[in-house]
Write a protein that binds this ligand. Structure first.
Ligand code: DX5
Ligand code: ZN
Length: 218
């Protein structure tokens, strides 16, 4: 069984209530919230204030993806805002192990994200500590980009590492995921599909979510 996590980044923020309602009432499993600081990535999205507002109406797991430099500065405030899980980028901190402990101490599930060019061996000494590994299948910063196919063998590499090391981490894949590639992503070992444009730019977002749920890959 896999999870579907629509990314609110692709939603119409003038109608945020409708986007939240869509996720609450559809077959989606998680809310995926993309926080961008204009520094780690060349774009600025939203911060704790919006996460807190979403948390008030969301009835499902809040998956907060921090695309910010030195995320250790903000772990507690996102936990307080209502995050269920917090994912930080391996490239964004000098003290990955410490941040992961900090996330857990704040009462959240801990995830580490890897940019497309980052080798999976950076997880070698932390994999047992993780609840989630997020494989970026586009360069982070924007929704609506093209899926990088090199991510498929990378998912498999992480899957093998998790298996060998007996880690309970789930693999989440983020960027350009949709009906055209979801099966391959799942077959490679992913458990969580993030989908922004594929869901929110569709005529029938709830229908796309159902179809993503129905794909059998693992
Ligand atoms: C990209 C974000 C993604 C993005 C996915 O930096 O991390 O979560 O919203 O959007 P799509 O599915 O449109 O690539
Ligand atoms: Zn994301």
């Amino acid at each position: 069984m896999h999870y579907v996590a629509p990314s609110l980044l692709a939603a119409d923020f003038r109608r945020l209530d409708q986007a939240i309602e869509l996720i609450n009432t559809s077959e989606a499993d998680w809310f995926h919230l993309d926080v961008m600081d204009g520094n780690f990535v060349p774009n600025i999205s939203f911060g704790q204030f919006i996460v807190e507002q979403v948390a008030q109406d969301a009835t499902k797991y809040l998956d907060v993806h921090l695309m910010i430099d030195q995320p250790e500065r903000y772990v507690e405030s996102f936990a307080k805002a209502g995050a269920s899980g917090i994912t930080v980028h391996a490239e964004a901190t000098n003290h990955l192990h410490r941040v992961v402990q900090q996330i857990k101490e704040a009462g959240c599930k801990a995830g580490v994200a890897l940019n497309p060019h980052t080798p999976v061996n950076v997880l070698e000494n932390i994999i047992e500590e993780l609840d989630l590994v997020l494989i970026m299948s586009v360069n982070p910063g924007f929704g609506g980009q093209k899926f990088i196919y090199q991510s498929i063998p990378k998912i498999r590499q992480v899957y093998d590492m998790i298996t060998v090391r007996n880690s309970s981490a789930m693999i989440e894949v983020d960027g350009g995921v949709g009906l055209q590639n979801a099966q391959k992503v799942l077959e490679a070992g992913a458990r969580v599909l993030v989908a922004g444009s594929a869901v929110f730019k569709a005529d029938d977002p709830a229908g796309v979510i159902s179809k993503l749920k129905a794909i059998s890959g693992n």
